[in-house]
Write a protein of this length. Structure first.
Ligand code: SAM
Length: 234
């Protein structure tokens, strides 16, 4: 996608969603963002791992829609090192977007501008996730979404570093990767982790997750056997 701004103000929600889907990326957690943005008291949203902006675009558009429809305020902060991006580049669309814009960080910004999502973002921090946490006060984040490095060591370090900053939910992608799952369950305890399907997990650091909406999101088979869809038997 080039830098031309789409007239998203005149689009409906389906068209705005399609614009986000058209960006290069691997995002599969839209249902988690819908759930988190449906919580009225949540105002502070942080995304760790934004890559070329597909996931940020979805969160930004949901938050803008929430503001338009229900006048709910929000802050969206984005953190990405954009240093290891070549490790995530698997598809030609991402490769060409990075080349076109002179780097992944620039491509993220161009995609945000092109989808009229940039105005929803309060801050963009280019840093390692464990370093960026110092900018956030304890108990200041309602919703943290983790989609960065998938190793056990990195995931555990990030969850430990960010835990005190979160007063609401910690959610993330790639739960079915052994390192991510082990780290999430070790830091929070397996019983507190909700699996939402499509490799998405959530933990309520205070209070409780809404069990009925979550139950609808993952099938009974998936809830009994998280990640079964990645092994193609549910
Ligand atoms: C899988 S991609 C994120 C995809 C994005 N959420 C989406 O769905 O469009 C992972 C991103 O995390 C970033 N990253 C990896 N390790 C990181 C770390 N330790 N701290 C900050 N960012 C990191 C990479 O630069 C990359 O852009």
């Amino acid at each position: 996608m080039g830098a031309r701004a789409f007239q998203t103000g005149t689009m409906n929600a389906t068209e705005r969603r399609a614009r986000c889907d058209a960006l290069p990326g691997y995002f599969k957690g839209r249902h988690v963002y819908e759930l988190a943005t449906s919580v009225r008291r949540f105002t502070s949203f942080v995304e760790l791992g934004a890559f070329l902006g597909q996931s940020t675009c979805h969160l930004a558009q949901l938050l803008l829609e929430r503001k338009r429809a229900r006048n709910l305020a929000f802050e969206l902060d984005v953190v990405d090192a954009w240093a290891t991006s070549t490790r995530w580049v698997r598809d030609p669309a991402s490769v060409s977007a990075i080349a076109l814009h002179g780097g992944a960080r620039n491509a993220w910004a161009a995609h945000m501008a092109a989808t009229s999502s940039l105005g929803a973002v309060r801050s963009v921090t280019r840093a390692w996730a464990t370093d960026a946490v110092g900018r956030f006060a304890n108990q200041s984040v309602d919703f943290l979404y983790l989609d960065t490095e998938h190793t056990y060591e990195y995931t555990r370090a990030q969850l430990r570093a960010w835990g005190p900053a979160v007063r609401g939910w910690v959610c993330g992608d790639d739960y079915c990767r052994p390192g991510v799952r082990r780290a999430v369950e070790e830091v929070f305890g397996a019983k507190r982790v909700e699996y939402l399907g499509y490799e998405q997990f959530c933990v309520a650091t205070t209070g409780r997750l809404p069990s009925r909406p979550l139950a609808r999101l993952a099938s009974p088979r998936q809830r009994a056997d998280p990640c079964c869809e990645t092994r193609r038997h549910c």
